[in-house]
Design a protein around this ligand. Structure first.
Ligand code: MG
Length: 159
């Protein structure tokens, strides 16, 4: 049996914050604001994994009111989401994603982000896709005031 989950996230960009996307630090003068490390791509990935197995969402599993999650690396949320899916009898088989960012431009970092996520998920490199889109200068993302990500995850029954 195949299950599909979708996730979306958006973060405000703040000057002087580290810019971590897909677990990779990207040199930039601003970064996604968040209670954790603000990794918009990994947050959307967590929601896609949880969504596929009907296990709620990142906000209910890791509430931003809990000081435990302050400045936490989002890899830990991904690991917990994977464990939840595995406990329900499902294994991740592929991930496709889009990151919407006017700046920084993600094209040059796309491959390393893919490799990092594949490693994190114990998937082959060719089972993880990350696409980078600008917002054609429109709205908050187009001004570089926000970044967003959309992820689809496919999970298969382990039996
Ligand atoms: Mg988030």
């Amino acid at each position: 049996m195949i299950r599909v989950g979708t996730g979306f996230d958006i973060h405000r960009m703040e000057s002087g914050r580290r810019c971590v996307i897909g677990g990779v630090e990207i040199p930039h003068d601003s970064g996604p604001l968040g209670h954790s490390d603000g990794d918009v791509l990994l947050h959307a990935l967590v929601d896609a994994i949880l969504g596929a197995v009907c296990a709620g969402d990142i906000g209910t599993l890791f509430p931003d009111t809990n000081p435990k999650y302050k400045d936490m690396k989002s890899e830990a949320f991904v690991e917990e989401a994977l464990r939840t899916a595995n406990d329900k009898g499902y294994a991740l088989s592929s991930v496709d994603s889009v990151v919407f960012a006017e700046s920084p431009r993600l094209g040059p970092h796309r491959e390393i982000i893919c490799q990092n996520i594949a490693h994190m998920l114990s998937l082959d490199f060719d089972c993880v896709s990350v696409k980078a889109k600008t917002y054609e200068g429109l709205g908050a993302i187009g001004r570089g005031d926000a970044v967003a990500a959309q992820v689809v995850a496919v999970l298969c029954n382990k039996e």
